[in-house]
Write a protein that binds this ligand. Structure first.
Ligand code: KMH
Ligand code: ZN
Length: 273
């Protein structure tokens, strides 16, 4: 089995300080949370950014500030900006961080889904194709965000049409639209093309059970405040690093070594830094 790539989704667009005061908004807070995750063993930082008041933004200058601050303390981490942003943002707004030189990876959400209450996260066929084309032009490897099985099928179809390069890297986000069970995860893993890589992100209380499955099934793992802010029911995580540390402990118990950023780049087919 390859070494385990841990992604830390340190901020998200929806989670707030009311849910956990350690959720980062300012550049300094984002830097602090990235460092805690990196020091604990994360090699990828999945990045959303906020204004100081917590409002999600895809502003290019804000991303640049945060990326520079992260690079000061996590010099070789793979920084993976979100192109999903927050529900309701326009495609142009969402694409801004992909204009930043040196970006190696970014997300590519491969379908529309319910996002709680009346919220719908819209990714039309044209949006997906356009984002895919732009990521290819800018030399950025997509992490295909999959919230249900149809999104795997879209990714395969769009790859055949030339909008996504193979081999693909998938992130199965379970517990938003599709339930987070071993059967669901196995179905998704079984559905992706041979040679693809995958990671799993369990949302809420599913975070650590899904992480354990990802570790034993030979995939990779994403944790972080974007997906879950608790260590246990009613016990807020002190930092993203605390969440990553638990994944490292589970992996060690199960005999899976942790990938460094350099090893993660090799596994994902990214260029050496
Ligand atoms: N915040 C969600 C609407 C991504 O990063 O690409 C979108 C999201 C997925 O978080
Ligand atoms: Zn995200």
């Amino acid at each position: 089995m390859e070494k385990l790539i841990i992604t830390a989704a340190i901020c998200g667009a929806e989670v707030t300080k009311a849910q956990n005061p350690a959720v980062p908004y300012t550049v300094a807070e984002i830097q602090r949370e990235a460092k805690s995750a990196y020091d604990a063993g994360a090699s990828i930082i999945h990045l959303h950014v906020r204004r100081d008041d917590g409002t999600p933004t895809q502003d290019k200058a804000r991303f640049e500030q945060c990326i520079q601050a992260i690079r000061e303390v996590c010099p070789d981490a793979i920084i993976q900006p979100s192109t999903g942003g927050a529900v309701g943002m326009s495609d142009l707004e969402r694409l801004q961080p992909t204009e930043i030189p040196g970006i190696e990876m970014a997300t590519l959400d491969c379908g529309t889904l319910n996002f709680g209450g009346d919220e719908i996260f819209i990714n039309t066929e044209n949006t997906i194709k356009n984002f895919g084309k732009i990521l290819i032009e800018r030399g950025i490897k997509p992490e295909i965000e999959v919230f249900d099985k149809g999104m795997v099928d879209y990714a395969i179809r769009f790859a055949k049409q030339g909008y996504i390069k193979q081999p693909m890297h998938f992130d199965f986000v379970l517990g938003v639209q599709m339930t987070a069970t071993a059967r669901d995860l196995a179905f998704l893993v079984d559905s992706i093309p041979a040679g693809s890589t995958w990671t799993v992100a369990g949302v809420g209380r599913s975070e650590f059970p899904m992480a354990a499955l990802g570790i034993v099934m030979g995939g990779h793992v994403r944790v972080g405040f974007e997906d879950n802010v608790f260590m246990a029911k009613g016990v807020p995580a002190q930092s993203n690093g605390e969440l990553v540390s638990r994944v490292v402990r589970i992996a060690q118990e199960l005999g899976r070594e942790i990938a460094t950023p350099r090893e993660a780049r090799r596994i994902l087919g990214l260029e050496e830094k």
